[in-house]
Design a protein around this ligand. Structure first.
Ligand code: PRP
Length: 206
């Protein structure tokens, strides 16, 4: 299992405010954006580089340039909230949206949007979704990306339930999972406990 739970003090502080029932939609979106930026910093620690040179006002310096093209794959709706913060850090990323919702009865993901081009255009995919609950949505998205031909895939989210981590790790052991916290459990309607409620609803005011 490749689970990375952030130990960064700012991530812990921001997650605590995010969970609070008194945090309004505007503040919630701002915190999700900031957490995405912090988690992206951690999830890109192993990004591959190649040598380059740069001209400074004083002369030539050796430097580095990122070798891999990164694609963000937000799972709609709630994954959209993680895009902005990451784009601040990685302004040239490609963004490929996947639309999935969970059937409220079965908790199984239902696909409703996918406009991936025929062949992969990126070397690293970051699957974005704030909540890893049963893991069904994340597994379905990684299945889609692997069928597409993506080689290196990472999951970046805010909260995970142990059930979701186990399911995603079992289905796709090669996919590292980066989250701000691993919570206690899922409840009987598939919500993470203690969690933060429904991330999509809190983000979009629905
Ligand atoms: C929520 C959440 C994840 C999914 C996680 O989405 O944003 O996408 O459930 O659950 P899973 O791990 O059990 O698949 P939801 O279906 O509520 O849709 P939304 O993002 O449009 O609100």
């Amino acid at each position: 299992m490749q689970l990375q739970v952030s130990t960064h003090p700012l991530a812990k502080h921001k997650l605590t405010v995010l969970r609070d029932t008194s945090t309004d939609h505007r503040k919630f979106r701002e915190l999700v954006r900031e957490l995405a930026l912090l988690l992206c910093y951690e999830a890109t620690q192993d990004l591959q580089l190649e040598r380059t040179a740069v001209t400074t006002p004083m002369g030539e310096a050796a430097g580095w340039v990122a070798r891999e093209v990164i694609g963000l794959v937000p799972i709609m709706r709630a994954g959209l909230g993680l895009v902005d913060g990451i784009q601040e850090l990685l302004p040239t990323v490609q963004v490929w949206h996947i639309g999935l919702y969970r059937d409220e009865e079965t908790l199984r993901p239902v696909e409703y949007y996918n406009k991936l081009p025929a062949a992969p255009t990126v070397q690293v995919c970051l699957v974005l979704d704030p909540m890893l609950a049963t893991g069904g949505s994340a597994i379905a998205t990684v299945n889609i990306l692997k069928r597409w031909g993506a080689r290196r895939i990472k999951y970046l989210g805010i909260l995970a339930a142990p059930e979701g981590v186990d399911a995603l790790s079992a289905a796709h052991p090669d996919v590292p999972i980066h989250v701000a916290e691993l919570d206690e459990r899922l409840n009987d309607i598939g919500f993470i406990v203690p969690g933060l409620g429904d991330a999509g609803d809190r983000m979009f005011g629905t």
